[in-house]
Design a binder for this molecule. Structure first.
Ligand code: SAH
Ligand code: SF4
Ligand code: F3S
Length: 442
């Protein structure tokens, strides 16, 4: 009897990559492949790579090195690498010279052709190295094998036009392209028909959604259209670039019942001088003004952000500006990053790089401040009854369920297993620093 065909896929990086991996899975399942969590079992091994921050290369190379023995014992196994890192200049050649046993290398723009390349590789044509340096037109209709059956990502636009001076993303993901609203709405309607309750709309800068589309549409209008979809319960979106956050978007979040009271608004730095060097197109005051507007229009909103510490030229005073901004905004959570040089970006060539020790010291101070505020914000939930979308059983405790509030807070609680996939009310009995504990109420 023929054995079951299996694939293993490992994904690094952001939600864009996660969604791409769901599309790769979606292409493989109809061919009879089942997913496995063990490389030893797999007939296909895929690494979907990221390159936004440090250590990415070592991680990928370490993982590839570890496959050498497996490939020697089972040469028929197909090893494929895709994702943003493969899109960097010279990377594919570098990988194939160090790891000649790799069978398929493809970039971000042609990942949708994976099953075609796979057929060729299985036919003996190895290695296949194909990276497109220009973005393809948007390809609709890919099967997406989503990780959850309750909530899912929906990409509304690809690429980025912003060229923040530290960032590699525009170099590896190409220019901005927006999907047609009809396609987005149809995808969400299909998800709802399949039982999904929540979607997160994805794009590197969702606020510039719609540029170049006919008839004209902007992000606020798209949000309002999506809010009309029957049966859908919750809508989130990321990422919102502060320079393009319009009053209309804030108003839409305030007015539309399905749009969650939660906004991710990456600030990157609290110093106007550094923001200018980063090419972010807003200053501290403009950012804080947006925050004031959001808080006024959307009471109880949860605000989250991304912050980079140690950008070239950042002084102690600049860093103090970041700390004071964090304290003023009171973020519910923040992703904090040590600045790392990316080849091909303007900041890589800046001469005033900050020493590793100064970076680390500032980073630790920032994390401490962020955690303190996060714990304080969570305390506000103590004793409250909140709406939770139940996502499954809690990993840490088998008697408990897990889910999130509209504001994105993780809640572990005792409740009925039959509630999985539904919205329930939960009374918070204990607020911890990074999650909430509670019990289901009627
Ligand atoms: N498009 C989104 C996020 C892109 S990448 C936005 O504009 O916010 C996610 C985060 O990685 C960024 O917000 C930034 O904080 C961080 N990042 C990007 N490049 C980096 C670098 N070279 N060093 C450190 N952090 C970086
Ligand atoms: Fe990178 Fe800036 Fe584009 Fe975000 S907006 S992906 S940080 S260049
Ligand atoms: Fe990484 Fe690419 Fe996302 S570089 S952060 S996976 S867009």
């Amino acid at each position: 009897m023929k054995k079951d065909l299996k694939y293993y896929i490992e994904t690094w990086g952001c939600q864009m990559n996660e969604e791409d991996s769901e599309k790769l899975s979606g292409g493989l399942k109809p061919l009879g492949y089942k997913r496995t969590t063990s490389k030893e079992d797999a007939d296909i091994i895929i690494f979907n790579t990221c390159c936004v921050r440090e250590n990415a290369e070592q991680k990928v190379e370490g993982n590839l090195g570890a496959l050498k023995k497996l490939k020697k014992e089972r040469p028929e196994v197909v090893i494929a690498i895709t994702g943003c890192m493969m899109q960097q200049e010279g990377m594919a050649e570098n990988i194939i010279s160090k790891f000649p046993f790799v069978d398929i290398i493809l970039g971000t723009h042609n990942a949708y052709k994976f099953t075609e390349y796979l057929a060729k590789a299985l036919g003996g044509e190895r290695p296949i190295v194909e990276i497109w340096d220009k973005e393809a037109d948007i390809i609709e209709g890919a099967v997406i094998d989503r990780a959850s059956t309750i909530k899912g990502f929906v990409t509304i636009m690809y690429g980025c036009n912003n060229f923040c001076t530290y960032c590699i993303v525009p170099h590896v993901r190409g220019r901005e392209r927006s999907r047609k609203p009809e396609e987005i709405v149809k995808e969400i309607q299909d998800m709802v028909a399949a039982g999904y309750k929540e979607v997160t709309l994805l794009g590197q800068n969702v606020n510039s959604y719609g540029k170049g589309l006919e008839p004209q549409i902007d992000f606020a209008k798209l949000l309002r259209k999506i809010n009309e979809i029957d049966g859908l319960e919750r809508v989130r979106f990321m990422t919102s670039h502060p320079k393009d956050l319009s009053d209309d978007v804030i108003k839409a979040v305030a007015e539309c019942d399905k749009l969650c009271e939660s906004i991710h608004l990456p600030v990157q730095s609290g110093s106007s001088r550094i923001l200018k060097k980063m090419n972010r197109h807003y200053d501290r005051e403009q950012y804080l003004e947006s925050i004031r507007k959001i808080k006024k229009a959307i009471p109880d909103v949860a605000l989250t952000t991304d912050i980079i510490v140690g950008f070239p030229g950042e002084t102690d005073e600049d860093f103090e500006d970041t700390l004071s901004l964090v304290k003023e905004v009171e973020y519910d959570s923040a992703f904090t990053f040590l600045y790392s040089k990316r080849k091909g970006t303007p900041a890589d060539l800046m001469l005033d790089q900050v020493s590793e020790s100064a970076k680390k010291e500032r980073f630790n101070k920032l994390v401490e401040a962020v955690n303190e505020i996060c714990a304080k914000k969570n305390k506000e939930y103590d004793g409250k009854v909140v709406e939770v979308l139940v996502e499954g059983e809690s990993k840490s405790d088998e008697t408990k369920l897990t889910g999130r509030t509209r504001t994105g807070k993780l809640v572990n609680f005792t409740g009925e297993k039959s509630s999985i996939g539904n919205l329930v009310n939960v009374k918070i009995t204990k607020a911890q620093s990074f999650s909430l504990i509670g019990e289901q109420v009627q």
